[in-house]
Design a protein around this ligand. Structure first.
Ligand SMILES: [N-]=[N+]=N[C@]1([C@H](N)O)O[C@H](CO)[C@@H](O)[C@H](O)[C@H]1O
Length: 791
């Protein structure tokens, strides 16, 4: 591999070893790794074509990939070789690997789930394509100025992206606007404007490099590059106008997590990638099929939330307007290909487009949506409509055009049946099923936690990496004090590494033997970072009131971005940083309590923080977090969860055992009930002197002396609009944290509980999740070629 790298350095980077930069070495190594996987990728693609295998198409506006270099190394079993080669070339392997920028093409859980799914689809050898947008700028870069979040454009493409192959020959013209003509019962759309969608392919090779799938991301390019006439007239802006307008479509990811943007450009982005993807999969199907009616046997299309829900009308449009099918048959055929995953119950996240806007941008699609709505109404009179009060409801459209709809955790799926789609569920009682989320163990244990993976592999061998439920064998080690001590030691290795990193990047000194209490996720009121902070201030008060007590030292680690327009979330970030600067400077509690909030939380930072965590904060208001996936990553890496009965926390607690989980708080049903009680938050605050004291301190500006009124709004919200019941769960949360304090003081029993978490998390592998989708929704299975290979 050493010589391969030198060859690539010379002929692809045009550099020799003496003049090579870290970037050059990283690119040379990456191109060599890419060379290694192209054959598998080609073989898999050929095998799938050769047998007309059924293909899965995963349509997602987000793929939160992070860095790919470690995946490309470990999935091909090339780590030792790569490390030795870089060493022989006098380069530090970790420095080279860390030079790759994150591909931050997503906001949070939904985007990361799509990335984990791609790894599992390839590892299981299920022929599949991921379809999305090649955003020029991913999720914004976060920095803090005086504790406030600042956003800068993210620039992952300012450098060459090592893993993709541009496909200029794979290009589709995507129309917008215009009008529809009707003659002899046939309709024809005449777009007023159009852009080109160009494919960029990234090979996704699975564990042990036995199968390769494709992630195809579309970039928007102008139909007409450059307007020479305007240029010659000196109107340079006009000359580049069409190009700029076209590129705007794939320019940047909308930074809203679980909130719809409602912006016209966002609708264009959704239609742009969905239409290109549907045209592309139809071309592939027609390349080895003559009868369009066989489509559902060869194609399974999964909609990752409602963002690609226009896929239904787009497929019907092509089947009717270009393939001549009658509307009813086209609707039925499309439905048999489509399935939809719902990821949230939050009303503000359910996409609704104004009929006027959608009709102007997509006039033919609005006609088809009306036809779909009318045909469903005709079949089920009185059923919910897609078109309502001048809005096109994308959830209803996705539901009605799907043969299967799934929630992402058992509790969430039940709530989907009881709330957002209750009426449609009554009409289609077998359509909604559950597929509890999962995470890839390749990245989220094998890759990010070498200390723990080595300990596990010494014990079990390596087959657990693609069969994670083998971890359950470790439950037998809970009585083995030597093994439990080794398990604890592995955690400590990660905590020391993180302490050093935090010392360097945040200039905060932390004690690796303190409890590392971590809450990392998007900042959102329902995730209740605020309650965590209120508990931290209450603990600080008690430590100051009773310094004589034997307090368990804690480090509170926060990480997460707020959507730029989400002011309450930005206030919460500001308050966390303001509180940190006061508490971290307090000589009384300095060695017992620290708050750390590293800026710009992303996938790579999660891989650094999760292996070092002792306590995982999963404290959302019950009924609000559809699943969560961070919760799974923490438990798999031996952190104990403090959490509510929400989302996948419920199933995690069932698997790890209630004795290995710190449960607190109201249930989803109790939340609904408490909300009906007028003044419930004031009552809760009155009943809690501890909470009242903390709110008083914040209100008086104890943490913002330079701007005492800064948090009047926030405290006022808790008194009168505590929609997420922070006040009602505070005391039980505080008491449960004190239980965790006591538990942590017994190192051996804490390590045993942590071991039981790791050992019991096998079911939460995204391999299990994908097997569920393949069995219950896509009706597909690993490709025969793989079965022959693994036989
Ligand atoms: N959008 N959305 N939904 C989410 C996350 N915010 O991305 O999807 C994630 C993936 O399904 C869930 O784990 C999480 O609970 C849910 O809120």
């Amino acid at each position: 591999m050493k010589n391969e790298i030198l060859k690539r350095l010379r002929y692809s980077l045009g550099k020799d070893a003496d003049h090579a930069s870290v970037y050059d070495w990283r690119m040379a190594l990456s191109l060599v790794l890419r060379d290694h996987m192209v054959d598998t990728w080609f073989d898999s693609t050929r095998a799938a074509y050769g047998t007309s295998a059924k293909r899965v198409y995963y349509l997602s506006m987000e793929f939160l990939i992070g860095r790919l270099i470690e995946d490309m190394i470990s999935n091909q079993g090339l780590e030792t070789e790569a490390r030795n080669a870089m060493k022989a070339l006098g380069q530090d392997f970790d420095t080279i690997v860390h030079n790759e920028p994150d591909a931050a093409l997503g906001n949070g859980g939904l985007g990361r789930l799509a990335a984990c799914f791609m790894d599992s689809l390839a590892t299981l050898g299920i022929p599949a394509y991921g379809y999305g947008i090649r955003y020029e700028h991913g999720l914004f870069e976060q920095s803090f100025v005086e504790g406030e979040q600042m956003e800068k454009p993210e620039t992952w493409l300012s450098q060459r992206h090592a893993w993709e192959f541009e496909r200029p020959e794979v290009q589709y013209r995507i129309g917008f606007g215009g009008h529809v003509s009707h003659s002899e019962g046939r309709a024809k759309w005449h777009p007023g404007d159009s852009v080109l969608a160009t494919a960029h392919d990234t090979p996704i090779v699975g564990w042990k490099g036995v199968w390769g799938n494709t992630l195809r991301l579309w970039s928007a390019d102008p139909v007409r590059q450059f307007d020479l006439a305007s240029f010659n007239r000196g109107d340079y802006l006009a000359a580049g106008r069409s190009e700029a307008l076209a590129r705007t479509i794939s320019r940047v990811l909308y930074p809203d997590d679980t909130t719809e943007s409602g912006k016209e450009l966002r609708l264009k982005q959704e239609y742009f990638f969905t239409a290109a993807s549907i045209m592309d999969l139809l071309r592939r199907f027609l390349s080895d099929h003559d009868d369009i009616r066989a489509l559902p046997d060869a194609v399974a299309i999964q909609l990752n939330d409602t963002h690609p829900a226009i896929a239904g009308p787009e497929l019907v449009r092509l089947l009717v307007d270009e393939h001549g099918l009658e509307m009813p048959e086209a609707i039925d055929l499309a439905r048999r290909c489509l399935a939809y995953t719902n990821h949230t119950l939050l009303p503000e996240a359910l996409e609704r487009w104004h009929e006027g806007l959608l009709g102007r941008i997509l006039p033919r699609h609005l006609e088809i949506i009306r036809a779909i709505d009318d045909s469903h109404q005709a079949e089920h009179p009185g059923s919910p409509r897609i078109l309502e009060h001048g809005d096109v409801r994308m959830g209803e459209l996705a539901f009605i055009m799907a043969h299967k709809v799934n929630g992402v955790s058992a509790l969430h799926t039940e709530l989907v049946k009881e709330t957002v789609f209750a009426d449609l569920h009554r009409i289609h009682p077998t359509r909604i099923i559950n597929q509890t989320n999962g995470i890839t163990p390749r990245r989220w244990l094998y890759g990010c936690n070498p200390a723990l993976r080595n300990l596990i592999s010494e014990e079990l061998g390596e087959s657990w990496v693609s069969d994670l439920e083998q971890l359950s064998a470790l439950t037998d080690k809970r009585g083995d004090s030597a093994f439990v001590a080794d398990f604890h030691a592995a955690k400590r290795v990660n905590k020391v590494a993180l302490s050093n990193w935090i010392g360097q990047t945040c200039d905060v000194q932390i004690d690796p033997d303190a409890m590392f209490d971590v809450q990392i996720k998007r900042i959102h009121e329902y995730k209740r970072q605020l309650m965590n902070l209120l508990e931290t201030i209450a603990l600080w008060n008690e430590m100051r009131d009773h310094p004589e007590k034997d307090w368990t030292p804690r480090v509170k680690i926060f990480g997460g971005k707020a959507a730029p327009g989400y002011f309450m979330a930005k206030d919460i970030i500001h308050l966390i940083n303001d509180t940190a600067s006061v508490i971290n400077a307090d000589p009384v509690t300095r060695d017992r309590l620290k708050i750390v909030f590293p800026p710009n939380y992303n996938v790579t930072m999660a891989e650094r923080l999760i292996p070092a965590a002792d306590l995982s904060e999963q404290i959302s208001t019950a009924g609000k977090e559809a699943s969560g996936t961070g919760n799974m990553k923490f438990a798999l890496n031996g952190a104990l969860t403090i959490g509510t009965l929400d989302g996948a926390n419920v199933e995690i607690r069932e698997h790890v055992g209630s004795e290995n989980f710190f449960l607190f708080g109201l249930t989803a049903a109790e939340v609904m009930e408490r909300r009906q009680q007028p003044g419930f938050s004031r009552a809760a605050i009155e009943a809690s002197p501890r909470l009242r004291r903390v709110l008083g301190q914040i209100f008086e500006g104890r943490f913002s002396p330079q701007d005492p009124h800064r948090y009047h709004g926030l405290v006022g919200m808790l008194y009168d609009h505590d929609h997420f019941l922070v006040t009602c769960d505070f005391d039980s949360y505080f008491d449960t944290q004190r239980r965790a304090d006591i538990a942590f003081q017994s190192q051996q029993s804490w390590a045993t509980m942590a071991l039981m978490n790791t050992a019991s998390m096998g079911w939460f592998s995204s391999d299990r999740t994908i097997r569920g989708y393949a069995r219950d929704i896509w009706k597909t299975r690993p490709h025969g070629a793989l079965l022959e290979k693994s036989a």
